[in-house]
Design a protein around this ligand. Structure first.
Ligand code: ATP
Ligand code: MG
Ligand code: MG
Length: 406
């Protein structure tokens, strides 16, 4: 029988988190209830979103790839975790060798942060994926256009988010390849390794996401329900829980595939993982990518599930018993609040302020410094005792956020 860490009044669990953006902030909001004290490393220092929740003495200002700062953060803590995968894994791995408890492990983060390594790992574990090819050179890209067909999705191996790091190649003409590489920041297109790989184009019916949570030793794995992850310009815009227009059987296939993928990462894959999936027109389910942390498509869990993804992440990485992932309402939705076209927080806050008057809306504002058009500034969760009840508020919110109803 596994023994789980418990809440203690005399010795709080000290958790250090690399990154203090909105995900870290939402972990910090849950931490005190579980006797957990958090500290953060973030380039924004005391201006980062998490800094509004913890004392300023618990914030270290510095880059997420600054090994010295990660070492400083990791001093005198029980657990080191992350809210983002684009971090210095070499230092995390060195710290583990010195006895620091890093959850999920540096090795797991290393596998995930390079999308080509991630894809290769999942392929070798029998997880269904879009076809892909390593394309270190322009010639390899041309070859991939033949084997995988056009359009071809080129992706940066490292550092991508919100679709930055992806380029769609419509022809294999030199000029188009050069333009695609330039948009991915490849300055020298004759470099020995361009740092990109190619994926076959998937004409999916819809995108689905599943949050998976695992305990520190991998002894327990559970998943939240499969949800629709509706993207606009490669940014998550709306989440519907449970997923609509996907049969219960197909949703269960998504949940099983997501759990299988995370279990394949080994016993040190702990805490929450966001698993993004494609459901194709002919009913196939494929894995798009995995994030080793709470995920935008899991924000609905804050107000729609027994235990949120943020609490379950903390429970998982701290070695505590995991909490229930079940929904407590029939239907839920999450709408991201993106920076208004004017770029002012006053305009951006209009939908949140209007949502204060909606009966089941819960506003989550991130307190980010610097509002910009299109930037994720907050989100609004809606719950309903039926889809029909939810949809009334949802269409109001769509109008406020300028989301077309399709
Ligand atoms: P995130 O912000 O979720 O981390 P990302 O920048 O890592 O995103 P991906 O998830 O790889 O990028 O892709 C972004 C979006 O592009 C996907 O959600 C999907 O809509 C589309 N996409 C990605 N890969 C493919 C593909 N092979 N075929 C068709 N569309 C794709
Ligand atoms: Mg990603
Ligand atoms: Mg993605």
């Amino acid at each position: 029988m596994a023994t789980f860490r418990e809440i203690s009044d005399t010795s709080p669990i000290r958790v250090a988190c690399v990154g203090g953006g909105q995900l870290g902030r939402m972990m910090a909001l849950e931490a005190p209830r579980l006797g957990i004290q958090m500290k953060f490393l973030d380039p924004g220092g005391v201006k980062c979103p998490a800094a509004q929740i913890v004392p300023s003495s618990s914030i270290i200002e510095g880059g997420l790839k600054d090994g010295d700062k990660i070492r400083e953060l990791s001093k005198s803590v029980d657990v080191v975790t992350v809210e983002i995968e684009h971090v210095d894994v070499e230092t995390l791995e060195a710290l583990e060798k010195e006895g620091v408890n890093v959850q999920p492990s540096g090795q797991v983060l290393r596998t995930i942060q390079d999308k080509l390594v991630q894809k290769t790992h999942f392929q070798s574990h029998g997880i269904e994926l879009p076809p892909f090819a390593d394309t270190p050179s322009k010639d390899a890209i041309k070859q991939a256009a033949v084997t995988l067909g056009l359009p071809l999705m080129l992706k940066s191996r490292k550092g991508g988010y919100d679709g930055r790091g992806n380029a769609v190649l419509k022809t294999s003409e030199d000029a188009d390849i050069e333009a695609a590489l330039a948009s991915l920041g490849c300055k020298d297109t004759s470099a020995p390794d361009l740092g990109v790989y190619a994926e076959g184009w998937i004409d999916f019916d819809c995108e689905v996401a599943v949050m998976v949570v695992r305990s520190a030793n991998g002894s327990e794995t559970s998943s939240y329900p499969a949800v629709n992850a509706i993207q606009q310009n490669s940014i998550c815009r709306v989440v519907l829980a449970p997923a609509r227009n996907v049969s219960l059987e197909r949703r269960e296939i998504c949940e099983r595939l997501a759990k299988k993928a995370i279990e394949s990462l080994g016993a040190k894959a702990s805490g929450v993982f966001g698993v993004e999936l494609f459901v194709t027109n002919d009913g196939k389910v494929m894995l798009n990518e995995v994030a080793p942390r709470p995920h935008n498509t899991g924000h609905y869990t804050q107000d729609a599930c027994v235990i949120s993804q943020f609490e379950n992440h903390l429970r998982g990485v701290c070695g505590m018993k995991l909490g229930s992932t079940k929904m407590v309402v029939e239907a839920a939705a999450m709408v991201n609040v993106l920076g208004a076209p004017s770029g002012t927080s006053e305009d951006t806050l209009k939908s949140s302020n209007a949502a204060l008057a909606m009966p089941t809306a819960v506003v989550h504002w991130y307190g980010k410094q610097g509002c910009r058009a299109g930037r994720k500034m907050g989100h609004i969760n809606l719950t309903g005792s039926s889809q029909a009840e939810l949809d009334g508020c949802l269409s109001e919110l769509f109008a406020l956020e300028g989301i077309p109803v399709s």
